[in-house]
Ligand binder design. Structure first.
Ligand code: ARG
Length: 564
């Protein structure tokens, strides 16, 4: 049942004002002594021409109390509403049970398509810890949108174009070996890349060689393309291992090179609309006083990153007819997105408003940041492997008898890294620490997963068919059980909010709160005892928590093993 709506309706009737006007007023007091829901009446004073305190008193006197409301209290200008706890808990559990795994989902987005551009790695470059956020935020948004009935399209806009690939081929021809590249792909390519930059500092002519090779790629030279495609294939294969570990999926790998033959029509249209201006040899679009001009063509006629993004947006609109197109990219690129979004808007396309940059902050390791040029890179693969290894040590200690320790360590280790990345608002910078993310007692992935496994174990352990048994819900007449039920009830709204704001961390936080509330309940109340009807009620609550944690973790791309 929709308690929030039912309460708003009851208050609206008593106050004789439309329910929509009350919707923004209703609050959930942080202190439960102040009720389960509250209405501050300050903002009604003007239209009702009365002091807020009087309004509160009047409304509460007139309020017809449906049976799920246990009490109403007026404190100053607040109407505090107390729910009938037992009825509420029973109702919420029933709801979660009925919908099973789909509890929290909806068909809100039915018929709507959302393109999500995420991960978008660069060919021949390491998948380093800096790509973690875009990959896991994008993956989570992909799942959240899908869960709410949208049709998500996951796009890996590969960085597979640019002069650096000419340099890489030049370096490969000079110093590379097929065996090296085949055996350690990205590391070998990175080595070549670094060496090229070092040697080019002493010998300028190398840069010309690099340019010449890039020209060959552009001109479709067979040898150049063959080497380049081979680099691409090996990069994707290597990165694919990480995507598998993270459970990440893409519907399209159309990258920058895909748009080689799709930019001219956009350039023509810009010309035709008189938007292109020659400035210091380059073609630019002026964007007014607030933004620097967007360069569309360089003086040598070469296209840019923005030109490709423009072409890609038109292609996506045409191909997917999206309702929204999201770009999960670090905040360093704020200006880039502002600029070319503005170009689309100035071209007169009103869907420019549906393009959205989902910016996020930096991830650094405790001992400093990362850079590709100098070759001091932290490979994400290494971070994940180390997390798994450390988790395995912890598990061996904590649960020596557990079967499939390796498998569980993988789910927990990888999950811990993902969970931590999605624990705070996107825009915050994060300093990654193994000790913090793997702390089984902190606000971490392992803590939430452990709570889930504990719930699984409780529901397994009972020696009777509790699901079918008669239940005595007086066993749940406690503040702890009530707190759990409230979090279960709030889950669908949380998922919706996470979707509206494109903020997966709201789901992550919810799983933490739910796990904490469940553990409080668990410590205060014996779950399995001799009274079957009461045990059955407590196990039902436990099973619902298990279900919602599992869904929440799934939405952020984290697994939930039943035993750990
Ligand atoms: N490959 C780019 C980078 O690593 C990110 C691409 C983001 N997507 C886009 N459509 N621009 O910086």
């Amino acid at each position: 049942m929709d308690y929030k709506k039912a309460i708003i309706d009851a208050v609206a009737k008593a106050a004789e004002i439309p329910a929509e006007e009350l919707l923004p007023l209703i609050e959930i007091p942080a202190d439960t002594e102040m009720g389960d829901y509250a209405f501050p009446c300050f903002r009604l004073a003007k239209q009702m021409r009365k002091a807020p305190q009087m309004i509160a008193a009047d409304i509460s006197a007139k309020l017809e109390k449906p049976d799920f409301i246990e009490g109403v209290q007026v404190v100053g200008a607040y109407i505090n509403i107390f729910l009938n706890k037992q009825r509420y808990i029973e109702d919420v559990l029933n709801d979660v049970n009925k919908q099973d795994g789909s509890f929290g989902g909806s068909d809100l987005g039915q018929g709507k398509t959302v393109c999500i551009d995420y991960s978008s790695i660069n060919i021949a470059k390491p998948f380093h810890i800096g790509h973690l956020s875009t990959t896991v935020i994008g993956n989570s948004l992909y799942r959240i949108y899908g869960f709410l009935g949208y049709k998500p399209v996951g796009i890996n806009h590969l960085g597979d174009w640019g002069t650096q690939f000419g340099k890489l081929i030049a370096a490969y021809k000079k110093w590379g070996s097929k065996e090296d590249i085949e055996s350690s792909a990205i590391t070998a390519m990175l080595g070549l890349y670094v060496r090229f930059h070092e040697e080019a500092q002493m010998d300028e002519s190398l840069n010309d060689e690099g340019r010449a090779w890039f020209k060959k790629i552009e001109d479709g030279d067979l040898e150049a393309l063959e080497i380049f495609n081979w680099f691409k294939e090996l990069t994707l294969k290597e990165v694919g291992v990480i995507y598998d570990m993270l459970g990440v999926h893409f519907d399209s790998y159309a990258g920058e090179s895909f748009y080689n033959d799709k930019m001219q029509p956009v350039i023509d249209e810009l010309k035709q609309k008189n938007m292109l201006e020659l400035s210091e040899g380059a073609y630019v679009v002026r964007l007014g006083d607030d933004l620097p001009p967007c360069i569309v063509l360089k003086s040598d006629g070469a296209t840019l990153y923005s030109t490709r993004d423009l072409a890609a947006a038109f292609y996506r609109k045409k191909t997917y007819d999206f309702d929204k197109c999201l770009y999960v990219v670090a905040y360093q690129q704020n200006l880039h997105f502002k600029q070319w979004f503005k170009v689309v808007e100035m071209m007169g396309y009103n869907w420019a408003k549906d393009l959205e940059h989902i910016a996020f902050g930096m991830v650094s390791l405790e001992d400093g940041t990362l850079s590709t040029r100098k070759g001091k890179v932290v490979f994400l693969q290494d971070v994940l492997n180390k997390a798994i290894e450390k988790t395995l040590t912890i598990i061996k200690e904590k649960s020596p008898n557990l079967e499939n320790k390796e498998q569980v360590a993988k789910a927990v280790g990888v999950g811990a890294v993902v969970f931590d990345t999605l624990s705070s608002a996107r825009i915050k910078d994060i300093t990654f620490s193994f000790d913090r993310v793997l702390n089984f007692d902190g606000e971490t992935g392992p803590y939430v997963q452990y709570t889930h496994a504990r719930c699984a174990s409780l529901t397994r352990r009972a020696d009777f068919d509790w699901a079918a048994a008669e239940k005595d819900y007086t066993a749940l007449d406690s503040t702890e059980a009530f707190a759990v039920a409230k979090l279960l009830y709030a889950f669908p709204e949380t998922v919706q909010k996470a979707c509206e704001k494109n903020e997966p961390y709201l789901v992550t936080r919810h799983t933490i709160e739910l796990a904490k509330a469940m553990n409080r309940f668990y410590y205060e109340h014996r779950i399995i005892d001799d009274n079957k009807a009461q045990t059955a009620a407590r196990l039902e609550l436990t099973a619902c928590v298990k279900q919602v944690i599992k869904t929440g973790l799934w939405l952020i791309g984290v697994e939930s093993p039943d035993r750990m």
